[in-house]
Design a protein around this ligand. Structure first.
Ligand SMILES: Cc1ncc(COP(=O)(O)O)c(C=O)c1O
Length: 382
């Protein structure tokens, strides 16, 4: 039976190994505290849940790909308040079913392989979905390393001229998963200028703009010129709504028009009751401030632990992640395995990309009490 070679050639998701080890521990009745995956466990605000319930009708037809006008207006209102960016709800924004599916399929919307635009550029270590989507779309994939020596920003000067000519799509993700760093406005300005010069699409995955601990991170929507720009955001992390699947793409009207044409083929419009809940979520900041305060407290406790035990926090000031350097000579997988043997799951940096070797990632999703228990365990192990 024919199976896509891209699919059959895919390595087993490396986290499977860790998940199996964790399951074995649980089967023995031992406790496991899971800092592995970034799935928030903060409760969703009751007003959002109520809007979802009230949005269910006796008959629900197919949702339209363009989304409800109320949702596009709520997103535009949020972008204006948060970034001072003025989105036209009709031409600058389209809702998505969370951002994962939109990130995955975006290469299909943009690539022109026969026309010589066959390359998707991404950064590593990173969220793997952009690479997978590019591979399924038949793209040539180039990954730029995020190195601590360069502030975990890609070295744009190291990109060969040939790559710029072949690039259809360039993905960046700031605040960054897994390193937690934010990008300065000058970085977005330079990359956006390159996108206009070489006529590729700059895709800015901004899933973590709302999880910050010193000052609010910038968005590419704060650029003066949105030509060739697509910004992806989501309620998953901001509002602890991973299960709802609700996000949006905003930016260049030509890209939004292309998405309006593409997305009805796929059937990925969010359900209307989810859209109604999302209107409430984008309209409220109080629940976001509460979540931020909760992450900040967990972060503070862990950073104190790292100082006490002499581990180096190598990460930046945002996201739910802590990016921690392993002691010299200890691989990220060896360290994660040792912590798992003591009941604490973390992600080995090498699982997120070659340049992630030498680091482990904590996703601060367990409860504050679980974090305290984990800190007690780690105090004895590290
Ligand atoms: C960098 C990054 N982008 C996008 C997403 C996708 O989030 P969602 O599909 O829940 O909106 C994630 C999820 O972990 C992520 O880490």
């Amino acid at each position: 039976m024919p199976i896509s070679p891209v699919l059959s050639g895919q390595a087993t998701y490396p986290f499977v190994r860790l998940n199996q080890a964790a399951a074995a521990r649980r089967a023995e009745g031992l406790e496991v505290i899971d800092f592995g995956m970034g799935d928030p466990r903060e409760p969703t605000d009751p007003r959002i849940i109520e809007a979802l319930r009230n949005g269910v009708r006796e008959r629900m037809g197919y949702p339209a790909a363009v989304g409800l006008p109320e949702l596009r207006e709520a997103v535009a209102g949020w972008a204006e308040r948060r970034f001072g960016a003025t989105l036209d709800p009709d031409t600058h924004v389209i809702p998505t079913l969370g951002s994962k599916e939109a990130i995955f399929s975006f290469a299909q919307v943009v690539l022109d392989i026969a026309g010589g635009r066959d390359t998707v550029v991404l950064t590593e270590p990173g969220y793997p979905v952009g690479v997978r989507g590019a591979q399924f779309a038949g793209a040539r994939v180039e990954e730029l390393p995020l190195l601590e020596s360069n502030g975990f920003l890609p070295d744009l000067d190291a990109v060969p001229a040939e790559t710029w000519h072949r690039t259809a799509l360039f993905w960046v993700n700031y605040p960054n998963n897994p390193t937690g760093v934010t990008a300065p406005p000058t970085f977005f300005e330079r990359l956006a200028a390159l996108a206009r010069e070489h006529d590729f699409v700059l895709a800015s995955d901004e899933a973590y703009t709302e999880l910050w601990f010193d000052e609010p991170p910038v968005s590419a929507l704060q650029l003066d010129d949105w030509t060739n720009l697509a910004v992806f955001n989501t309620l998953s992390k901001r509002s602890s709504m991973t299960g709802y699947r609700s996000g949006f793409v905003a930016g260049d009207p030509t890209i939004i028009a292309a998405l309006k044409q593409f997305r009805p083929n796929v059937g990925t419009a969010p359900q209307e009751f989810v859209q109604r809940a999302s209107v409430v979520a984008w309209g409220d900041e109080e629940h976001v401030e509460r979540a931020r305060a909760s992450y900040a407290e967990k972060r503070r406790l862990f950073l104190e632990l790292f100082r006490r035990v002499g581990l180096r926090d190598a990460g930046g000031p945002a996201t739910m992640y802590l990016w921690v350097a392993t002691p010299s000579g200890v691989s990220s997988e060896a360290m994660a395995t040792r912590l798992l043997e003591n009941g604490v799951i973390v992600a080995p940096g090498a699982f997120l990309g070659d340049s992630g070797e030498g680091y482990i990632r904590f996703a601060l999703v367990p409860t504050l009490d679980e974090c305290r228990s984990a800190i007690e365990i780690l105090e004895g192990v590290l």
